[in-house]
Design a protein around this ligand. Structure first.
Ligand code: PLP
Length: 283
């Protein structure tokens, strides 16, 4: 079924939507993005995604084509036009089309593209079985806090995971886990939830922020610090968070079972509490 997508002010059937071959997103990965999940036709954590988008744009000195109110309206219009009950809305802003030059254009005309993807997110089979991850070196650039569309290395990591019969890869730098290819990584050890502290090395997940908030509100102990692969292997539980997976248990790391090889109680509970909160605050 053909979707209606949004391109620079127009709602169009996906086959009619066009972007210039000179678009800097295409030529230089000069673009940022956000993925907002949809449950029961409503947007999850929209203000968080809008705030992170603004930060990414500022870090890259990229002008924005529309304000937050307009962005929210386009999100809602796309969800309505495509009848999305559950799934996500993808948003991408690039510095737009200009003659190919490494220097930014003096007067950029930023481009905004948005589309929807229908997907069952809440009743995911992996939430029941847990997922397997492999570890790979983190070879990405040094500003992973900016949510850019340079996703080739994470994509290669995902392929390496598939080739190894796993679901995803955790990236490792200086002996410590940074994050998953498209999610934040956690372990549960000594009764505490441990996840990498924020900085240029990881993306500040919107789901991460919400999950840590509900964990603390539920009197769980949280530590934001680096952890090693060895510590993860010996942990009671492991899990990841992202907008499209919420809280997803990890039951194998490099082939070794974690905490008995089945989703643990902390990850299960956090998924429930997070989903309750996400539904309650959806707009
Ligand atoms: N880390 C990386 C590298 C990501 O690509 C993502 C999501 O795409 C996340 C973490 C999780 O962020 P969020 O919870 O905002 O989806």
């Amino acid at each position: 079924m053909s979707r209606i997508v949004y391109v620079n002010g127009e709602y169009l059937p996906e086959a009619e939507a066009k972007i210039s071959v000179f678009d800097r997103g295409f030529l230089f990965a000069d673009g940022v993005y956000e993925v907002t999940s949809v449950i029961d036709g409503r947007l999850i954590d929209f203000p968080g995604h809008a705030a992170r988008l603004q930060r990414s744009l500022c870090e890259l000195e990229m002008p924005r084509p529309v304000d937050d109110d307009a962005l929210l309206a386009i999100h809602r219009e796309l969800v309505a036009r495509n009848g999305v009950g559950e799934g996500m809305v993808y948003l991408q802003i690039t510095r737009g089309a200009a003659d190919r030059d490494f220097a930014y254009p003096a007067e950029p005309a930023p481009s905004l593209v948005m589309f929807t993807q229908v997907k069952a997110l809440v009743d995911s089979p992996k939430a029941e079985t847990g997922m397997a991850v492999i570890t790979i070196p983190d070879l990405r650039w040094g500003r992973r806090d900016i949510k850019t569309v340079q996703l080739l290395y994470p994509s290669m990591g995902k392929m390496a995971a598939k080739a190894a019969g796993a679901d995803d890869a955790w990236m490792v730098e200086d002996g410590a886990v940074t994050e998953g290819t498209s999610n934040n990584a956690y372990i549960v050890t000594g009764g505490r939830i441990v996840t990498r502290h924020l900085g240029h090395e990881i993306l500040a997940g919107i789901t991460r922020a919400a999950v840590l908030r509900v964990a603390r509100e539920s009197q769980m102990q949280v530590e934001e610090r680096s952890f090693t692969v060895e510590e993860a292997m010996a942990a009671d539980e492991a899990f990841v968070t992202s907008a499209s997976t919420f809280v997803m248990p990890v039951v194998r790391i490099d082939g070794q079972a974690i905490g008995g090889g089945a989703p643990g109680p902390v990850a299960r509970r956090l998924r429930e509490v997070y989903l309750d909160e996400a539904r309650r605050t959806a707009i």
